[in-house]
Design a protein around this ligand. Sequence first.
Ligand SMILES: Cc1ncc(COP(=O)(O)O)c(C=O)c1O
Length: 284
Amino acid sequence: MIYTTGYTANSASLQSLLRKEDIAIVDMAVHASVYEGCLLTNRKSFPHNDLQSLERILKDVQGSYRTKMIIIDGVYSQDGDIAPLDKIRELANRYGAYLMVDDAHGIGVIGKTGRGAMELYSVIDQVDFITGTFSKTFAGIGGYVIAPPKVAAYLKFQSRQHIFSATSTPAVAGIIKAIELIDQEPQWQARLSENITYFKNGLISLGLDVGITGSAIIPVKIGDPHKTSDVGSMLLKAGIYTNPILYPAVAKKNARIRMSVMATHTREHLDKTLNAFEHIKRVM
Ligand SMILES: Cc1ncc(COP(=O)(O)O)c(C=O)c1O
């Protein structure tokens, strides 16, 4: 099922699937669109990747709701870390919950053939609902939900955001080619992987805190929001576009510069950025 954005894929599908009798159990770090999708249902959140808390909630809600759905990201958008999908699937099975994975940042990047965090953990056939976006690896605009055919048909008739709003333009068909290229030209994924390793190691050797990223999202954690904005401006002046991430996207004390490494970045690009960070570290 195609939606006009990844945001709508999450918000519309969840609003259609989960109601007052149901409960969404979400990792605290999921994307804002998931939170919006849960507005018509009950919601409990567990601390990021904390499996004990997740299990506690699953135990607490046993027998109380019609449908339980665990909702997580495959790759988290601010830290770039990957969810322990195998363990979460196991918990979902044990307590009879559905599992929805938003792999917006995993598809095309993670897994042997680019099939995302689900491929990395060999659970591709065990995720009930996969959602994602065309705005990252596929370099387009749009979003999708992968679900059994009957559920996809139900979403088509139940999603107000789909029925009462313009649909995707024919240009979205270009995404089909982008999907084919992931299989046909694996060298891009390999090159991305090399770039990620090179850039991440470079930042670490400068003594910068990149956290626990396992993907193309590389944060440089600074903490103070004012300092983070200043670093963003200095990088921009040096000709480098990054995303300074501040509250409410992250907690107030967790401000960071967030970067996304691409396969088309050259060594020159990456070195220029590393040199800029080195300079900023020296003068700040
Ligand atoms: C994890 C995650 N899901 C969904 C989205 C929304 O996708 P889109 O930009 O296509 O609306 C984003 C960010 O853009 C994201 O980081």
